[in-house]
Design a protein around this ligand. Structure first.
Ligand code: NAD
Length: 308
């Protein structure tokens, strides 16, 4: 409780409903930001799975809570309980942020926007570029859809032929048929097709890992078998930030490519939610200093990665 500041009769609650959730950085991040800006909110994490979700949403409506985040396993299951979805939630079929607008719960998905905002912070503009994207789960879907919405020219999705493969096909269909803002082409290939992977990376500006390969229990592994497919002018990004340098990012750095981990995506998806709840911008630099530089712990290395 030490980071919550002073709670009084006017304090508004922001929740986080997921399970497991005790490892999450979000409560620390949001409460530090509320305190820094003198905003009278408190952000609390609650262990909530699919079974509890209906009761929790009903309770939050009754309490007229300002908003909340949801994470796994609730990102898709929450949809039927919401009053409205924004385009990011509709196109991805998942929600990570809910905002209470005059008693109506509106669902948003800020993961993809957070990913792209982080790239912008690193000086990279996705418009007109080509991406090779590995994965088709929740994180990959948000990245693929938002990249298309924000003007990427081509995206080649590689997915393992497991239960997620049909989602890769569906994501490509949505991008090719439903996103009209820009001209964008999406392709889908099995991750097992290494020759095609090599070919697509060779013509891409950016390579993105959006699978859990590289973090526990798959730490030390990479989605890339042959690091020679990487090159110095490639931007290589990973959704993983623990460890701060996944095997893929180590491979990228070894050939002189730009390597960006998932911490910035996490920070910016939170900053975008924060703005929707409070109407104010999250003091992101302050959060980076407080959470990732001043700690004197292993997380300092994560800070160095997002600044690099
Ligand atoms: P998910 O379960 O929805 O999807 C997992 C994806 O990984 C699927 O495409 C699956 O086919 C693929 N996959 C799993 N094991 C694989 C293997 N051995 N080889 C190849 N592909 C494999 O999970 P998710 O919610 O999309 O999360 C994926 C990763 O993204 C996790 O590590 C999660 O922590 C991270 N994540 C990071 C952020 C962030 O803000 N940085 C946000 C969301 C998720």
């Amino acid at each position: 409780m030490q980071n919550l500041g002073v709670i009084d009769g006017k304090t508004e609650l922001i929740g986080l409903f997921a399970t497991p959730i005790r490892h999450s950085l979000s409560p620390t991040m949001h409460n530090l930001a509320f305190k820094k800006l003198g905003l009278n909110y408190a952000y609390m994490a609650f262990e909530v799975g699919n079974e509890e979700l209906a009761d929790v949403i009903k309770g939050m409506k009754a309490l007229n809570i300002r908003g909340f985040n949801v994470s796994m396993p609730n990102k898709t299951k929450i949809l039927p309980f919401l009053d409205e979805l924004d385009d990011s939630a509709k196109l991805t079929g998942s929600v990570n942020t809910v905002v209470n607008e005059n008693g109506r719960f509106i669902g948003h998905n800020t993961d993809g926007r957070g990913y792209i905002r982080n790239l912008k912070e690193h000086g990279f503009d996705i418009r007109g570029k080509k991406m090779t994207l590995i994965g088709s789960g929740g994180a990959a879907t948000s990245i693929a859809i938002q990249s298309a919405v924000e003007g990427i020219a081509e995206i080649s999705i590689f997915a393992r032929q497991d239960e997620f493969y049909s989602k890769a096909v569906e994501n490509a269909r949505i991008i090719n048929e439903e996103i009209k803002q820009f001209s964008v082409k999406a392709n889908v290939y099995p991750l097992e097709n290494k020759e095609q992977l090599k070919k697509e990376i060779a013509s891409s500006d950016i390579l993105t890992n959006a699978t859990g390969v590289g973090m526990k229990p798959l730490e030390g592994l990479s989605v890339i078998d042959d690091p020679q497919v990487l090159r110095p002018d490639l931007i290589v990004t990973d959704v993983i930030y623990s460890p701060p340098k996944s095997k893929l990012l180590q491979q990228a750095e070894a050939v002189g490519a730009t390597a960006i981990n998932g911490l910035g995506m996490m920070l910016w998806q939170g900053a975008l939610a924060f703005e929707m709840w409070t109407g104010q911008q999250m003091p992101v630099e302050y959060i980076q200093e407080k959470m990732f530089r001043d700690t004197g712990t292993g997380t300092a290395a994560q800070f160095e990665m997002i600044k690099s």
